[in-house]
Ligand binder design. Structure first.
Ligand code: NAP
Ligand code: MG
Length: 479
């Protein structure tokens, strides 16, 4: 298919201004397509179409039928899994295995929430005699969705599936850097039979289509995933219309390794947790905190794994692909230079496959050791295949360092001591805590979201359905 039209009110149509944005393949740096550069008028038309759908056929559809549609969509995504995975891999540069997993996860979101659509129950509350109180959970109405480029297909499912299951009509603004799968997915959704206006797609620049969407007074909720800086802008714009936001803004998540940890499985999961998607994962474990007694041993195990990481183009299906853009490549390389300038030790580096092309946006996977917690390498979200190791002296020190960033999205705790597992799980301020395991972004069923500057609101699992619905209390005096 071509990717030259927006989906508004059930029809594919060009952007009002007729402009387009080129799309580049990160593995080669070559242009592979172009997408419409939607603007304020397109966003306005999309929000209007969504409102009409909400007040029309989509809003009137019984919950079980909505659920059925989502389930059918899930099955059709799986029917097209290989085609979608290829599209996703060439658009983002991610290795084929990861792209395949992402498409399966996208389908899982529609499967999970398809099953949940007719199980969103309200409650009754005992009140005065002669009264009956009903708390209904209603769809919010029209929801706006802005997603990033790191996991475009997964994000599509993560944000749209619960919104649609709850009965909202949606407007999606995907990221300009990678959004081809969104076009194909919407195409499949229309084919499956979603009523016109239930899903609208307006691609474009964040500063144009994105800003127009967040400033639109016709929304009832905004769901945003991206950088903290843009999260602030989104929240400011939404505040002008008193529109609530769910914000997922990334992290600097710690992996905390105690002296009784299984070093073999910890080092394997910790390496995978930062190399996956070339480190461009909001829930990447990008800091490893190691007890000083086992620091050298754990660092050596990590260095051994890091030195064997191979980065290359998506079709070779290696451990690591390129980063998303020349800009992101420059950003990550800047961090590597900052480390070098400040004399931070490089403990190990991965390799670039000999078949990587000159134009591709590749960064050498790098493990830094003995990084001070105050150093920017240990504080800022790098969003590249870069891991920093920090020693700690005892449990209190581990907790202090773990919480010593503005973020709080995920954490991994590696210890066999049951008491310590729970003490750490309670003390670390993060929305998701793994114990003796780590799954960056994993688990459709598992509520996920931030503390502190990692954002607020929860996605995934049943929590997402709470965000995409609102309680309405009906107080009935029946005498
Ligand atoms: P970003 O600018 O926050 O992009 C996220 C989304 O917001 C994109 O769809 C973007 O559109 C849109 N956007 C940009 N400006 C906007 C505005 N003024 N109003 C409304 N929407 C707007 O992220 P980025 O620049 O691509 O990446 C920068 C850094 O953010 C990364 O290095 C990483 O640290 C972090 N990040 C985090 C996540 C995460 O999963 N939490 C994801 C991506 C990036 P366009 O891209 O089309 O302009
Ligand atoms: Mg691209």
């Amino acid at each position: 298919m071509t990717f030259d039209k927006l989906m508004i009110g059930g029809r594919w149509r060009p952007a009002t201004e007729g402009q387009t944005i080129p799309v580049f393949a990160p593995s080669t740096g070559q242009q592979i397509s172009s997408i419409p550069r939607g603007g304020e008028a397109d966003v306005g038309a999309a929000v209007k179409a969504a409102r009409e759908a909400f007040e029309g056929a989509w809003g009137a559809m019984p919950a079980f039928e909505r659920g059925r549609l989502l389930s059918r969509f899930a099955a059709r995504i799986l029917d097209h899994a290989e085609e979608l995975a290829l599209l996703e891999a060439s658009d983002t540069g991610k290795p084929m295995t990861l792209a395949r997993n992402d498409i399966k996860a996208c389908a899982r979101y529609f499967e999970f929430y398809g099953g949940a659509a007719d199980k969103i129950h309200g409650e009754t509350i005992p009140y005065l005699s002669g009264y009956q109180v009903i708390v209904m959970r209603e769809a919010r109405g029209v929801t706006g969705h802005i997603i990033p480029w790191n996991y475009p297909a997964q994000m599509f499912g993560r944000t749209l599936a619960p919104a649609l299951a709850a009965g909202n009509a949606t407007v999606l603004k995907p990221a300009e850097e990678a959004c081809l799968s969104s076009f194909r997915l919407v195409d499949i959704a229309m084919d499956v039979g979603f009523p016109e206006g239930a899903i609208n797609l307006v691609s474009g620049l964040g500063s144009e289509a994105g800003a127009a969407l967040t400033a639109h007074p016709g929304l009832d909720l905004i769901s945003f995933t991206g950088s903290p800086a843009v999260g602030t802008l989104v929240q400011q714009a939404a505040a002008m219309n008193h529109v609530p936001c769910v914000l997922e803004l990334g992290g600097k998540s710690p992996q905390i390794v105690f002296d009784d940890a299984d070093v073999e499985s910890a080092s394997k999961a910790i390496t995978a947790g930062i190399i996956q998607n070339a480190g461009q994962t909001c829930s990447a474990g990008s800091r490893v905190l190691i007890h000083q007694k086992v620091y050298d041993q754990v660092l050596a195990a990590l260095a051994d794994r890091f030195s064997r990481v191979v980065a290359g183009p998506h079709e070779l299906d290696l451990d690591c692909g390129p980063v998303i853009s020349a800009k992101q490549q420059g950003r990550v390389e800047n961090y590597l230079r900052e480390g070098e300038r400040d004399g931070v030790t490089v403990a190990a580096q991965g390799q670039l496959h000999p078949r990587t092309q000159d134009g591709g946006y590749f960064v050498t996977p790098t493990l830094f050791s003995n990084v001070a917690s105050t150093h920017l390498l240990a504080q800022e979200e790098i969003f590249g295949p870069v891991l920093v190791a920090l020693p700690f002296s005892d449990e209190a020190d581990a907790i202090r360092i773990a919480n010593d960033t503005p973020y709080g999205l995920m954490a991994g705790i590696w210890t066999r001591d049951g008491g310590r597992q729970l003490r750490l799980a309670k003390a670390v301020r993060a929305g998701q805590i793994y114990v003796n395991g780590f799954g960056a972004g994993g688990g459709i069923e598992l509520p996920f979201g931030g503390f502190k500057r990692s954002g607020h609101g929860r996605e995934k699992g049943f929590e997402a359905l709470r965000e995409f619905t609102v309680a309405k209390t009906v107080i009935l005096n029946h005498g």
